[in-house]
Design a protein around this ligand. Structure first.
Ligand code: ADP
Ligand code: GLC
Length: 485
């Protein structure tokens, strides 16, 4: 039996801001519990849904370093053991993240508390699988401050990068202050770049927690094959391409899967009508009309309906969408947006809804239920991201027979096969150069196929539905990695 501990800052169904939560919530379930004992550690945020937070049981508490309280709360759900690291001073907010300055200290505390909790709960993992910068100090602490204790010797670590843009970066002085890490960690090439300008004071050097995770872990993975290549270039490397190239033999790109029980048009309770590959035509029409009704658009099953479900940030290619909205709204379409994030993008979509109320529905909020209905009721889903480590929305779209229109980058490139009308192959539409006219060109093509060759459109939807983007094959690759360690 292999023992594996996931350390992460979010996890479905407890707390979610993006795809990280989906992955941490669904990947552990893809393993045979007879062979792998996978447990998950999370912060005990006040933001965790009450139905879960109230049902955890405090199994231990202790004091960390300078007398900081750490409670360990446990909940067993669907066969998986979850531990919630409790400290109300750090995790009392209504959202999991505040501002970076505070978050650095909160997650440094979290990482250290996770390691310190292990002997108490009597769980000595063979492997600690750390997700994103919030957990990236775990390998660093493990290989420095915790090495004196025999309990921790021989524990292996994997650092999974879900998004290289977020690294937990501040200056050396502050990171040293909140972590107490030994001076060796702040040598150029460790938590700081090897190309440090040594003429400035060391305390002012930039220090990246995620770089630490990459340097100190045994293996590094990221969430698609293409992104694993991209991040080794200066364009996508976010200042860490040097270390990623250096560690390329230990860098694996493993594409994400989605939870096929949660995302299933055949059983989805949020939908007006459930459907299968064979019944897709009727299913789609019924769900589209129900969605139009819900959102106050004219009910018309024939109009091409394009969805966009996304965090509203620069990453997601919304600058391109801004440039094409006026042209798009000259066409006979509906555009349905669901998302929250940067104020400028939220206002941008409100503006277009105001300008084209009959065509655009801007839903500036977070809603799982509406997301399900958008995947079910739309004909196409737009994912024009500037970069996308994996992307889950296009996978969910495929599962629901909704045709993804994507930028060929990262996981989008690895999962959406471009439509070829001559060979009748492909599952979506994709554009190569990151420009508004290429995006517009691809939407035009999709629009034409939808309106002029509806039978072929249906086949396109069905090919997407028939693919398998569950964890079935990717969990095998994680297994190989776990076994290798
Ligand atoms: P990222 O993690 O970069 O945000 P992903 O595509 O990996 O992007 O995952 C996004 C996840 O969050 C998907 O499950 C998507 O359905 C969901 N999501 C994003 N925005 C919203 C929203 N406003 N309401 C409901 N779900 C959302
Ligand atoms: C990140 C990425 C996204 C990926 C998700 C889960 O949030 O932006 O592309 O799908 O993590 O790995």
């Amino acid at each position: 039996m292999k023992r594996i501990l996931f350390v992460a800052s979010e996890c479905v169904p407890f707390v979610k801001t993006g795809g990280l939560a989906d992955v941490v919530g669904s990947l552990p379930k893809a393993f045979d519990p007879e062979e792998y004992d996978i447990r998950v550690m999370l912060p005990n945020y006040f933001a965790i849904k009450e139905e879960y937070r109230c049902n955890t049981e405090c199994i231990y508490y202790f004091q960390l370093d300078d007398r900081k309280y750490v409670g360990i709360n446990r909940l067993i759900k669907d066969g998986i053991t979850y531990y919630f690291i409790d400290n109300m001073q750090y995790f009392d907010g209504l959202v999991p993240y505040y501002d970076l300055f505070k978050d650095l200290e909160r997650f440094a505390f979290f990482s250290k508390a996770c390691l310190s909790a292990l002997p108490l709960i009597g769980f000595r993992p063979d492997i600690i699988h750390c997700h994103d910068w919030q957990a990236s100090l775990v390998p660093v602490f493990l290989n420095t401050q915790f090495q004196g204790n025999p309990f921790y010797r021989g524990i292996r670590t994997i650092m999974t990068i879900h998004n290289l843009r977020f690294q937990g970066t501040w200056n050396v002085g502050h990171i040293r202050h909140i972590t107490n890490l030994p001076e060796e960690c702040f040598q150029p090439g460790r938590l700081v770049s090897p190309f440090q300008n040594t003429s400035i004071r060391k305390d002012d050097w930039n220090c990246s927690m995620l770089r630490g995770g990459i340097v100190y872990s045994d293996y590094v993975t990221t969430v698609s094959y293409t992104y694993a290549q991209e991040i080794q270039t200066t364009n996508y490397g976010e200042g860490l391409d040097d270390i990623l190239r250096f560690r390329k033999d230990r860098l694996w790109g493993i594409i994400n899967g989605i939870d096929y029980t949660e995302w299933n048009p055949q059983t989805d309770r949020n939908l007006a009508k459930n459907y299968t590959v064979r019944g897709i035509k009727g299913g789609k029409r019924a769900n589209k009309v129900a969605l139009q009704k819900e959102l106050g658009l004219a009910e018309n099953p024939d109009v091409m309906t394009i969805g966009l479900v996304s965090r509203l940030t620069d990453q997601k290619g919304l600058d391109l969408v801004d440039k094409i909205m006026d042209r798009l709204c000259q066409m006979d379409i509906n555009m349905i947006i669901l998302g929250t994030g940067a104020r400028n993008y939220e206002d941008m979509f409100r503006y277009y809804q105001n300008k084209y109320p009959a065509k655009v529905s801007a839903n500036i909020r977070y809603s799982d239920a509406l997301a399900h209905r958008i995947y079910g009721g739309c004909d196409a889903l737009l994912v024009p991201s500037a970069f996308e480590p994996c992307g889950l929305t296009q996978l969910i779209a495929l599962r629901y027979g909704t045709v993804p229109i994507v930028h060929e980058t990262g996981g989008l490139k690895d999962t959406v096969k471009p439509y070829n009308q001559y060979e009748q192959t492909g599952t979506g539409f994709s554009f190569y150069g990151y420009s508004d006219w290429e995006l517009m060109d691809r939407i035009n093509h999709a629009y034409w196929v939808y309106n002029e060759t509806p039978d072929q459109w249906m086949k396109l939807c069905q090919r997407g539905m028939k693919e398998d983007w569950s964890w079935k094959s990717s969990s095998q690759i994680y297994k190989q990695l776990y076994d290798r360690l």
